[in-house]
Design a protein around this ligand. Structure first.
Ligand SMILES: [Zn+2]
Length: 308
């Protein structure tokens, strides 16, 4: 498969030139390739189902404005977020496709403030391949993510359908940090959708950027770490009235967590088999969660899952 590339050795590879999620439609040539000006901008609202095309959701708080770029369905609604503080901007993740990367750069430039840091939540390329189009010189990530990028970054980059640079990574320590005039709390969560995922809390906006710990009505990239993942989600449920900016789909609240736990609990016995029947699992999950986008992402994760 061309998405996460050769990180798991011995996987079957499809011919180059397509994003797996496009299901025969290369996003490069799709008509929903948008300039930022064409993106629908929604202020302060979340909606139940993500529209098929890319858009930006902006919310305004005393401490910061938060801009969430939500990719098109053809790119699994992968997100990037801009934290706009009084003195600058912080970008979290860089999108997947060159179009998303350019949209995100246009969003950053449209805000007219200096970009002070780029944070990378985890090592999966749907969150950093788009940085190539945006040409950010260096990104900050956790120590595990930095090591994974060093180990697997070039193979993942080579597996993308368009030329992609592996970003230069510097390690960001966890804890409280003030960036762009905004107080943030950075933490690292182990063994959920990826070996390590950075979370960024913005206490002044009652918001936590949790990226791929949280999929909102999008089929998940599953692993064999489902027990830990569910445990982490139960912990997030106790966070009270906060907004979660998620890695795939619309901003969410704790009210959406039971649905994601139900999804992971439904897929858990299906992937427990030593050699799971991938097509049957995807068909069953699509049947049970008919309104979820991007079943190709689930299929892709099953193709990458090592034998149990
Ligand atoms: Zn992702």
């Amino acid at each position: 498969m061309r998405f996460f590339g050769a990180f798991h050795a011995g996987q079957a590879e499809t011919p180059a030139g397509r994003y797996d999620l496009s299901k025969g439609q290369n996003p490069m040539t799709r008509r929903d390739t948008l300039s930022l000006a064409a993106l629908p901008l929604l202020h302060g609202a979340a909606q139940a189902q993500t529209p098929a095309t890319a858009r930006v959701v902006t919310t305004t708080h005393a401490a910061a404005r938060l801009h969430s770029y939500i990719s098109a369905a053809s790119a699994a609604h992968v997100t990037a977020h801009v934290i706009e503080g009084p003195s600058g901007l912080v970008l979290v993740d860089g999108g997947w496709t060159p179009e998303a990367g350019r949209d995100i750069r246009a969003l950053v430039e449209s805000l007219g403030k200096p970009l002070q840091a780029v944070l990378l939540s985890h090592f999966h390329p749907d969150h950093w391949a788009g940085l190539t189009a945006a040409r950010y010189p260096e990104v900050l990530a956790g120590a595990t993510t930095a090591a994974l990028m060093q180990q697997a970054g070039p193979a993942m980059a080579a597996a993308q359908p368009q030329p992609v640079n592996v970003p230069r990574i510097a390690v960001q320590a966890p804890g409280a940090v003030r960036l762009a005039g905004v107080d943030l709390v950075i933490a690292y969560v182990a063994d959920t959708e990826a070996p390590e995922i950075m979370t960024v809390e913005i206490p002044g906006a009652a918001t936590v950027i949790v990226q791929d710990i949280f999929y909102n009505r999008v089929h998940a990239y599953v692993s064999r770490q489902l027990d830990t993942w569910i445990e982490v989600l139960r912990g997030l449920q106790g966070r009270g009235e906060v907004t979660f900016l998620v890695g795939h789909g619309e901003p969410a609240t704790a009210r959406e967590i039971p649905r994601l736990i139900a999804y992971l609990e439904a897929v858990r016995p299906l992937v427990a088999a030593a050699t799971p029947d991938r097509a049957a699992i995807v068909a069953e999950m699509v049947r049970r969660f008919p309104d979820y986008a991007a079943p190709e992402l689930l299929a892709l994760s099953l193709s990458h899952m090592p034998p149990g």
